[in-house]
Design a protein. Sequence first.
Length: 246
Amino acid sequence: MKLLLSLILLFTIAFNCGESLKLGVNNNVDFSKLENKVGQQQCFTSSSNFPTGYSTSFVQIAFNANTPTSNGDITQTSYMESGTVDIDFVGGQLYVDFEMDTENSVTKGKLWGFNGNNTQYVNIELNGNEYCFLETLTYSIPVFENLKYVSDAEIGSVECDLFMYPSILGNSTNQYLFVDKSDCSLISASAQNANGSPSGNSLTNFYYYEPSADSSNFQLPSICLNSPILSQPKLKSLLNKIPKIN
């Protein structure tokens, strides 16, 4: 679960503002500056630009990347993960449908997080049996703030704003976000181990980005409503039994 938590913390964009978050029709982009290739931040220049949430598919690849452990330490892990994410900034809700390949094993599942009652549900299927685990939410949704504009950038021919944002791992990791200047959609994110950490990095690409969450994804399945398991040791025991890939 440490990798899943790291994924959530990496992808969640938080904006610390006292008013409700709103999404403008065109995010107030100055297209004249964009066309003239003037180096200037186009997206998220004020709270009126911020989305109420987002929905996106993703693929993340990491090699020896810094990741948090359950006891607050930092370890390095290599993995590939894909899936979909829905985040509701206003309601404080999170949904992740994930498939993670790490250390020759694959884990598939779904996760829901709710700020309102400080709970997290993890729904996984192992060896033909379905489980749902109820846990205390150990992070807030959203979980970080203070996007810092760094420079202009291009991915392929797409002109982007490049932002740096704080990591939950402190100064051991530098994290960057690439945002399409034309519509302020998320394009890619990267993280590099830093300041004495072993060499490592991760890269995330976003697909089918929408600047709002799909509310239907925040509905819990019946197994999580009727018979969730409360034992964290039971969850860890089951995850240790995930079969290896030939």
